[in-house]
Design a protein around this ligand. Structure first.
Ligand SMILES: O=C(O)CCC(=O)C(=O)O
Ligand SMILES: [Fe+2]
Length: 182
């Protein structure tokens, strides 16, 4: 009920382009854009895509995908995109993962998160583990692994990424904002 899947929001060539854009962005910013998060709950390399310049088409596609999915599946009150697109990389070398969490946080922006969309940027054969799972309460729903596929869920739902045991998984995450749930 609070999840929705879009099998092919991006082609595999486009997914590869997004990975390149994220790598270029990191180099242009001297590697300081995101860095590596080595907390107990999350181990991933993080960068952000600019919504202007060469990566602007990515945000445009995401916004269109979200508008369609929101109309079909959620009908949430979404009024803004207050954060840049996040590119996260989970690597075999340090068992990259993200433990159970909700995306709604305490900060002024994280509090307004309504809908989360995650796009798979890696070919499914290129890694093992690294499963995005959403906790529905009565069951755990695994996200489709197909490259370019998008998974949308209400930002309050607990979700995780299991440890990568081979290769590297890269994902793109976008948060949509609006008035708080009530
Ligand atoms: O990489 C993913 O699949 C999920 C990322 C995520 O949950 C987050 O950044 O909040
Ligand atoms: Fe999350």
């Amino acid at each position: 009920m609070f999840t929705h899947f879009v099998p092919r929001l991006f082609t595999s060539a486009e997914a590869a382009d997004i990975v390149r854009l994220a790598e270029q962005g990191r180099q242009n910013h001297g590697g300081l854009v995101g860095g590596v998060q080595h907390h107990a709950i999350r181990r991933a390399g993080i960068t952000w895509l600019d919504d202007q310049g060469p990566a602007s088409w990515v945000m445009e596609r995401i916004v269109r995908g979200i508008a369609d999915a929101n109309r079909e599946a959620f009908q949430f009150d979404i009024t803004e995109f207050r954060e840049r697109l996040q590119v996260a990389s989970y690597d075999e070398s340090d068992e990259g993962h993200y433990d159970w969490h909700s995306d709604i946080g305490d900060g002024p922006i994280a509090r307004q998160r309504k809908l989360t969309i995650v796009v798979q940027l890696s070919e499914p054969e290129s890694y093992e583990g690294g499963a995005l799972e959403i906790n529905l309460g009565s069951a755990i729903q695994p996200a489709p692994r197909g490259v370019g596929s998008a998974t949308l869920f209400a930002s309050f739902m607990p979700h995780r990424v299991t440890p990568v045991t081979r290769g590297r998984r890269i994902s793109l995450t976008c948060w949509c904002h609006g008035p708080r749930f009530r």
